[in-house]
Design a protein around this ligand. Structure first.
Ligand code: GDP
Length: 440
């Protein structure tokens, strides 16, 4: 008899999502959780994401490690890491990232501990050029993309002209598809003064990458569905954050994928089922790129938070915009993503700062709301609550009760205003700098 999926409904799956605009420290949390996980699966985004791990000396690859496409479980020898169908894959970048990991002493074997969905779409040179050109044309209205072709690759997926990872292993259809795509793109590029695409060059580079990746190119959805039936523990790794979700985020200043929990099912081929969702949020707020950011600080306090938190993008090096914790936005994202528990990261960075958080917004008509508006977020005036800060270094603390009283009060205020439980607190970039709270 074929296995029934109902049997799998009780198997534990955890989904980790960023709550605001990304860079919340998801990499560190996933690395921490991956110790007790069999599969770590990326479900969206591309190599615009940058997940930072800080590994202890006893672990292969020790020190700071930034991953862009490879899931953050790769440093755990027992985990299978899967790039799901919802991810857009630059195969040339992926080969380089695998190479970098191997040079760091991390064991990566395609087909064993790294799988790539044959249904994931491919980022081409054409997409990179289109992305950079699009941003240049938008001028002051630019979105602030990383210029890596992510948006155009997703657009082509929707327009049904994209190439999938499985096409890399089918030379004849690959060449034909590239030819058709180049014809279309070149018609667009010519009037814009962009260099035409060279099909043969693209074909050769993609074939080379395809051959290297081939052992790992699989029907990842089927593998994951089977893994659940077999009772394996699956961890779904979100990229970016809920407020960058193409539908639920601060549109149009968003990414092109579903960065909230909704994307976890469509982006992996796993059917919707009971899942624990963990939302990652910093003790303050940051944003890279353009777009509304109600609690942004434009003064020396913002600069001081940037310096204390070393807030520079792990993918582009761009300085991150910094501001106060925004309970309105966190509550919204928590609701959209069905968050069961928050992990509060970078709490150590708040040492010496007042603990301020937005608890509501004043709108242009004078009314007050605790809901995140879909429009005119630029015009809202956040209403703040402030608690006294703490002066102690909390990096070495490992129990909630040992935190200064003001830090504990801040956590309680976050829980009160967001309606979400803070189950874990991160007090430094290192793997062990974690405070787990027990359910009260
Ligand atoms: P991700 O994309 O969500 O994985 O986040 P990034 O890796 O872009 O950015 C998070 C940064 O914060 C990285 O440099 C992490 O090493 C660092 N980080 C994570 N948690 C903490 C923490 O609790 N305290 C401090 N000081 N840094 C942290």
């Amino acid at each position: 008899m074929l296995p029934t999926f109902s049997a799998a409904r009780t198997m534990p799956t955890t989904c980790v999502v960023g709550i605001l605009w990304g860079d919340e420290g998801k990499g560190k949390v996933i690395d921490y959780l991956a110790a007790d996980t069999d599969y770590v699966v990326r479900f969206g985004g591309g190599h615009n994401a940058g997940h930072t791990l800080v590994l202890p000396p006893s672990v292969a690859g020790e020190g700071k490690l930034v991953l862009h496409l490879v899931p953050s479980g790769i440093v755990h020898p027992h985990t299978v890491n899967v790039i799901g169908n919802g991810v857009v894959v630059d195969p040339i970048h992926l080969c380089k990232e695998v190479e970098m990991l191997r040079e760091r002493g991390i064991d990566v074997e395609l087909g064993r501990n790294l799988l790539v969905s044959e249904r994931a779409h491919v980022i081409l040179e054409a997409h990179r050029r289109q992305d950079q050109w699009g941003e240049a044309v938008r001028g002051n209205g630019r979105i602030g993309t990383t210029g890596r072709g992510i948006g155009p690759a997703y657009s082509d997926r929707c327009a049904r002209v994209g190439l999938r990872v499985g096409d890399l292993c089918r030379p004849d259809s690959l060449r034909a598809a590239l030819g058709a795509l180049a014809e279309q793109k070149n018609a667009l590029f010519k009037p814009a003064g962009l260099e035409p695409l060279n099909v043969e060059e693209m074909f050769a580079a993609l074939r080379e990458a395809g051959e290297a990746l081939q052992p790992g190119i699989v029907d990842a959805g089927a593998a994951l569905r089977q893994a659940r039936l077999d009772g394996r523990r699956v961890l779904l790794e979100g990229a970016q954050g809920c407020l960058l979700d193409v539908e639920h985020g601060t549109y149009p200043f968003v990414t092109s994928s579903h960065a909230s929990t909704g994307g976890a099912f469509s982006g992996t081929g796993m059917p919707p089922h009971a899942m624990k969702t963990i939302g990652i949020v910093k003790a303050y707020a940051t944003r890279v790129g353009e777009g509304p950011f109600p609690t942004e600080l434009h003064d020396e306090t913002g600069d001081a938070i940037r310096k204390a938190g070393n807030e520079y993008g792990s993918t582009t090096g761009r300085p991150r915009r910094c501001g106060w914790f925004d309970a309105v936005a966190v509550r919204y994202s928590g609701a959209v993503s069905g968050v069961d528990e928050l992990v509060l990261t970078c709490f150590d960075v708040m040492r010496g700062f007042p603990l301020r958080m937005a608890t509501s917004y004043k709108l242009s008509d004078g009314s007050t709301t605790t809901d995140l508006p879909a429009f005119d977020l630029d015009g809202v005036v956040p209403q703040f609550e402030e608690l006294p800060g703490f002066e102690e270094d909390i990096c070495h603390i490992r129990s909630f009760d040992a935190l200064p009283q003001s830090a504990r009060d801040y956590v309680a205020a976050i829980e009160h205003h967001t309606g979400l439980r803070v189950g874990t607190i991160s007090v430094g970039p290192g793997r062990d700098q974690i405070i787990r709270r027990h359910q009260s």
